[in-house]
Design a binder for this molecule. Structure first.
Ligand SMILES: [Zn+2]
Length: 377
């Protein structure tokens, strides 16, 4: 199966490259924000919808004006790609997958995307448009020999680290079929509980660092605006953020790979993440738990390796229903961890019972095409 696969590496730009990248990030961000405003204004003032092609035409006009002449100093490709990203953000908004696009700030992560016409990659040496020297990349893993590099994304995180993400055309083959199936309940007490009785907590290091982060953020908020102490505190927060992100990603990848390796069918509850995020008390734990990223990984790994991932409708009463006899409680509060079925007398661990129900519903759906919907978060 042909797939797109991204490989991310750290790199160390020269001062010249830093300058060029800073300009490129700035131009891409400007184009994104300018066109976001143009599209918003067109809609609110004239009830007109501007699409990618209109923004592209407008960019051409801008580039000819002396006021915006500086847009021509950088490779045109990343600037054009910013308009494509804006288009994707609008598509996601119209499909109700995401909120209305927001302006990009120079205090966020900076990124620029180069497609094939704007880079050269030969014998493991990568050179970007407008740069004389190739990038000095730390190759922490080897690219597969057959991989064909199609897109290069350069980014700089708030901690000042530079990364290059290489999107390659690659081939993956299905794994040998296995007999096992599994239901996965994603929750707050445990990150995941599976129908075979395993419980997975997010790593202790992640939880410790999250506590540390709260402390650092509190300290940062007390520093005087514009002071050098505030800048130092902000850098500390950014560095810890980056570390937390790495730990979390590693944890999610290991768990999703394990579940995919060991099971032919994986059933998981589709989560109304965006709805739950509106509940502010739950919000922090949920965003920390990264459920939607986890399901995204399961989804593409299942596709790659010939496994079946089933999303169970979020309204399915997986927690309240007895997995042994099917009796369904009328209510079950969020903090009740165990309960006894009034009908058959079995004692249930809340999450394990839910995981078993998710598996049953998933397998039933596979057989009868009912009660399940494709995972869509
Ligand atoms: Zn029962």
């Amino acid at each position: 199966m042909n797939v797109k696969r991204a490989y991310k590496f750290r790199f160390y730009p020269t001062n010249d490259q830093k300058d060029i990248l800073a300009q490129t990030f700035g131009c891409a961000r400007f184009a994104y924000n300018y066109m976001l405003k143009a599209r918003t204004d067109a809609y609110y003032n004239e009830q007109k919808r501007m699409g990618y092609h209109e923004t592209s035409a407008l960019l051409t006009v801008l580039k000819k004006q002396s006021e915006f002449n500086w847009l021509n100093n950088v490779s045109s490709v990343p600037v054009q790609q910013a308009l494509r990203h804006l288009q994707t953000a609008f598509s996601n908004f119209f499909a109700k997958r995401n909120k209305y696009p927001t302006y990009k700030s120079k205090f966020d992560k900076q990124a620029a995307e180069y497609t094939a016409s704007a880079f050269r990659f030969e014998n493991g040496i990568l050179t970007l448009a407008k740069m004389k020297a190739p990038l000095v990349i730390t190759w922490s893993r080897t690219l597969p020999k057959a991989a064909n590099l199609t897109t290069v994304t350069v980014s700089k995180d708030f901690a000042g680290r530079y990364f290059v993400s290489l999107l390659c055309d690659d081939t993956v083959s299905a794994k040998t079929t296995v007999a096992a199936s599994i239901g996965v309940d994603l929750g707050l007490t445990n990150f995941a509980v599976t129908s075979n009785g395993s419980k997975y907590q997010s790593p202790q290091a992640l939880r410790n660092n999250l506590e540390k982060l709260a402390l650092l953020q509190q300290r940062l908020s007390k520093k005087k605006k514009g002071s050098s102490n505030r800048n130092k505190a902000r850098l500390k927060v950014a560095k810890l953020h980056a570390k937390i992100k790495d730990i979390r990603k590693d944890f999610l990848h290991k768990l999703s790979t394990k579940l995919i390796n060991e099971n032919q069918v994986i059933a998981v509850e589709s989560l109304a993440v965006s709805n739950m995020l509106k509940n502010r008390k739950l919000a922090k734990s949920i965003s920390d738990a990264s459920w939607s990223e986890f399901v995204r990984q399961l989804e593409y790994k299942a596709k790659w390796y010939g496994r079946t991932l089933i999303g169970i409708d979020k309204w399915y009463p997986s927690s309240k229903r007895c997995n042994a006899c099917g009796y369904t409680l009328s209510t079950l509060s969020l903090n009740t961890r165990t309960w006894m079925c009034p009908d058959c007398g079995l004692n249930h661990d809340r999450d394990l019972n839910a995981a078993k129900n998710i598996l049953t519903a998933g397998l039933a759906g596979l057989a009868f095409g009912e009660n399940v919907s494709p995972v869509c978060i």
